[in-house]
Design a protein around this ligand. Structure first.
Ligand SMILES: Nc1ncnc2c1ncn2[C@@H]1O[C@H](COP(=O)(O)OP(=O)(O)OP(=O)(O)O)[C@@H](O)[C@H]1O
Ligand SMILES: [Mg+2]
Length: 359
């Protein structure tokens, strides 16, 4: 999905909890981190991928660009949640021209929206390319195609938002694919497939990738805000205070058995959701193997989650650090800060890499 690609793009991840920005520079010595920053958003300014309070988000974007002194206005952003759907489908290999002509009709059965309300894009997946322009030669063959559908009104809302912040959209991506991009950096040698699980504040995104292509991806309405809500009602505090307690800044507050049980329930729900996706992949693609789970998003650090996920799936669970493969100037970036922020920065790094990959 694109608006025409520009060379250097700033990766802008507009999350419901915080906007994250990453700039990457391609130097002779490799990729280097040029800029990273984040700014929090008030609750409900963005809800399930919808921009609810445009003015608030525009102000945050302007502030962040100003504070980080970023002059490049060309950005890549991503959609996530219900307004966007990516699905791997199998089509008869009728040649590219024919697929282009009929994709609209073919897609209708797979997408949960009115076909007239979405922008469609498709990609013939690498490694499965049997495509020929000669229809007869393709008789009986099939193609694996990644179908992406995004709601037009939500795309327009993002375009308007960026325009209002004096930014220009170079690439419009999808969260789960930006993550795949970031994961590829740190997992280039892995032969088995992997899953990437992004637990943000309000969304839990899953992508499963084998041989560089996505088999199945999905976003669900789970996230760290569920834990914040439990803390709010347990201690009778507001959202901000509950966030502080969650991050351990209220160490004096003992969580107590009731709250611990509540949080365990949330972690268990996340794990069930992830297991459902892994089971689906195992059943649908019996010849493909997922060997490791990468986790990211701020809420992958909710106490006990990673251990529980590993115990329930029998797979290694590893936190993704998208900064680990980028060099960075120690005088500009505090190493501890980058380590702390690494899981939250994955989508933004994936987005910033877009321009470099697509050159
Ligand atoms: N160390 C930590 N332990 C537990 N939770 C954390 C930690 N650090 C951050 N979080 C939580 O992570 C969430 C923010 O993560 P992230 O920036 O990935 O979300 P987002 O991208 O804004 O949200 P979404 O993608 O769901 O719209 C918040 O709920 C925050 O409380
Ligand atoms: Mg996010």
């Amino acid at each position: 999905m694109g608006f025409g690609k520009k060379n250097q793009l700033v990766g802008v991840d507009i999350g419901s909890f915080a906007i994250k920005i990453v700039e990457i520079e391609q130097t002779k010595k490799g990729r280097s981190l040029k800029n990273f920053g984040r700014i929090g958003l008030p609750r409900n300014a963005i809800r399930e991928g919808d921009i609810v309070e445009q003015k608030v988000v525009v102000k945050a974007l302007r502030t962040l660009f100003k504070n980080l002194k970023i002059s490049n206005r060309n950005v890549s952003v991503a959609l996530s949640g219900y307004p966007v759907m990516a699905k791997r489908i199998t089509l008869p290999d009728s040649g590219r021209a024919q697929i282009e002509a009929t994709i609209q009709d073919q897609a209708e059965q797979y997408i949960p929206f009115d076909i007239n309300d979405v922008n469609l894009d498709f990609d013939i997946l690498e490694g499965e390319k049997t495509l020929s322009e000669d229809e007869d030669a393709n008789e009986g063959k099939s193609l694996e195609v990644m179908l992406v559908a995004a709601k037009k009104d939500v795309i327009n809302a993002y375009v308007d938002l960026l325009a209002a912040a004096d930014l220009s959209p170079g690439v419009l991506d999808v969260d789960v694919f930006a993550l795949q991009n970031a994961a590829e950096l740190s997992n280039a040698d892995e032969e088995d497939g992997y899953a990437i699980v992004n637990v943000g504040a309000e969304e839990l995104g899953i992508n499963t990738v084998v041989n560089g292509t996505s088999l199945f991806s999905r976003d669900s309405s789970f996230g760290g805000t569920q834990v914040t809500d439990l803390i709010m009602s347990h201690f009778d505090v507001d959202f901000e205070r509950a966030e502080e307690i969650k991050l351990g800044e209220g160490k004096e507050e003992a969580w107590g058995q009731k709250l611990e049980t509540g949080v365990s329930g949330v972690i268990s729900d996340w794990t069930q959701e992830i297991k459902r996706a892994l089971d689906f992949v195992e059943t649908t693609y019996p010849d493909k193997t997922i060997g490791i789970i990468f986790v990211c998003g701020g809420s992958c650090r909710v106490r006990g989650f990673q251990e529980y996920l590993a115990s329930q799936t029998d797979l290694p669970v590893v936190e993704l650090n998208p900064f680990s493969t980028l060099s960075s100037n120690k005088n500009l970036f505090d190493e501890e800060y980058l380590k702390q922020m690494a899981p939250q920065a994955c989508v933004a790094v994936g987005l910033a890499l877009r321009s470099i990959d697509d050159k």
